[in-house]
Design a protein around this ligand. Structure first.
Ligand code: URA
Length: 297
């Protein structure tokens, strides 16, 4: 599965895009997720301590970067720094006046990277059925760019959904993150709700988890459960970490249970939740940090 830009090109990596280090985040986001509570007794990340971070000339104060990334208020961010919960390029920094480079330094809170670049945007959208997963269509059909008015030009969609599939899509201008999320090497799991033909045999889950031969090789589910049985129809939840074309529909059809409706509910750590069909929302700071972690960034 590839990530394609507006003109159908594969999304370049952030290194290619910027000629620099892998993508950082930034821009306006939803809730903070950054006021994460450390549980009593929970260890701090195992990183060396260093209070003498060299100020980056012309850099931005650390607490300002944290606050701008949605971690919390400046005051809360100062507390996080003083508590030793903030890392810059792998070192804990307790001095909250430290000046850092949010464009190039990797900043983490409680071990989770924060989106520190202000020019990067991270969105979730609920693709309705009957919308193409492209940014433009020369035949004038509805595309996901219609769901991103004024923004589509700059964004990559992460992976694809079929024309008839609904649900969670991610869109971002963080090329490296988009590239990795869509790359099979990182095996990011995706979860779907599928309405299928029933009744379902008892061994269906075992067969799906074991693997079923398709025309282009074996496919298997990572997780499977029956959500609801209703006579000749059933609702199932299935998780896979691969992205071959029509993979869920083909897998369930090969198992004898063709799909009549398919909704993607999760991409890695991000859930569709109650986002309305056609609506978009900014990812939270926590979700972005979890996405980075899911692909080793
Ligand atoms: N699998 C499918 O069959 N269709 C999708 O849109 C996504 C996964």
């Amino acid at each position: 599965m590839s990530t394609r830009a507006r003109n159908g090109r594969d999304a370049p990596s952030a290194r290619q895009q910027r000629g620099g280090r892998p993508g950082r985040a930034g821009g306006r986001r939803g809730d903070s997720g950054g006021g994460r509570e450390r549980q009593p007794g929970q260890d701090l990340p195992d990183v060396p301590e260093r209070d003498s971070l060299t100020d980056v000339p012309g850099g931005v104060r650390l607490q300002k970067v944290l606050a701008a990334a949605g971690v919390g208020s400046r005051r809360q961010c100062e507390e996080l720094i003083a508590e030793g919960r903030v890392e810059v390029d792998g070192d804990i920094v307790r001095r909250y006046g430290a000046r850092v480079d949010p464009e190039h330094q990797i900043i983490k809170v409680d071990g989770r990277r924060i989106p520190s670049r202000q020019d990067l945007v991270y969105l979730a959208l609920n693709k309705p059925a009957g919308v193409l997963t492209t940014m433009s269509d020369d035949r004038g059909r509805p595309t996901i760019s219609d769901l991103l008015p004024g923004r589509a030009e700059r964004l990559f969609h992460v992976g694809r959904l079929d024309y008839d599939t609904e649900g969670l899509m991610l869109a971002t201008n963080d090329g490296e993150l988009a590239h990795r999320l869509a790359h099979p090497r990182y095996g990011v799991p995706k979860t779907y709700l599928a309405e299928v033909t029933g009744p379902l045999p008892r061994d269906l889950g075992r067969r799906l988890l074991t693997g079923i031969e398709l025309e282009d090789g074996v496919a298997s589910a990572d997780k499977f459960r029956v959500v609801e049985r209703a006579g000749s129809r059933a609702l199932v939840e299935i998780t896979l970490h691969e992205g071959r074309k029509h993979i869920v529909r083909r897998l369930l059809a090969a198992a004898g249970h063709p799909v009549s409706r398919l909704v993607r509910t999760h991409v890695g750590p991000v859930a569709l939740g109650n986002l309305r069909p056609g609506a978009t929302r900014a990812l939270t700071t926590r979700e972005i940090g979890d996405l980075y972690a899911a692909v080793g960034l």
